[in-house]
Write a protein that binds this ligand. Sequence first.
Ligand code: PMV
Length: 308
Amino acid sequence: MTTSSAPGKIILFGEHAVVYGRPALAVPVTQVRATATVSKNSRGGIWVEAPNVNLSSELSRLAPDHPLAAAINSVFPALGISRPPACTVYIQSTIPVAAGLGSSAAVSVAVIRALSEFLGQPLPDERVSALAYEAEKLHHGTPSGIDNTVITYARPVYFAKGRPLQTFRLGAPFTIVIGDTGISALTKESVGDLKKLWAADQPRWEKVFDRVGEIVWRARQAIERGDIPSLGKLMDANHALLQEMTVSSRELDRLVEAGRRAGALGAKMSGGGRGGNMIALVEKENAPAVAEALKSAGVGRTIVTQVG
Ligand code: PMV
């Protein structure tokens, strides 16, 4: 039997513009995880059990474009195995689904690792990330690759599509409160809507994406210097540009505002938007107050995470 687990993630800066080649910053969130366990079975065939999503099925009965089936099926050719042994892939996750916390990528990474280990040929991180990226395409259409990257390597990343992975130094640890709107929203839709806007007026949106790229670069420098107040201001500026891209929502804006009023140094939506999560950068001692304010404003669940 083999088990592997992978953390959730949040995008600190640069979502959406990252699809258009600009950089983005993301960090793992270790308080939530997806875990995959692969064990021999005696009933024959390959079985997939994912009680969180009420799934219990033989792999061959899942549609080939089912993201879980795709993640599992990608492992055998990658290892040169044409007749995989009977086994059960059991998946459990505490990462909220469709909330911008990387649940799909974390499940793929955990499954690919546990299965390749079970088959006696553990895959290196680069391959795990590449296979998870293929499964992400089924969820997101045109993913930038940031989710599978930050989740595979489980450390802060400065990511740009098609460029070698860069991690960065943290000048000082900082604290983030994550607030879940409880509204599930499909990243594929917000990405698709923005693509339509972009196609109708490319010069305008390329300029917006350039401004995001600049914010991301300045955020990286602020993190390296340990300049947390500047980081907060950059979050606010990034949120304003996400509003302009129409990927925020009334609920997200309201929560971002509530976080700021409760003393956050800065706040923004995170991930695909329209629903899902927002994040607030806080002084560590102020985290409980900001979390409380978000709950009063309607957030069902908050996660406080320390970066660094
Ligand atoms: O919704 P999430 O957390 O999976 O993040 C999506 C981030 C986008 O930039 C909107 C899309 C992408 O593929 O990078």
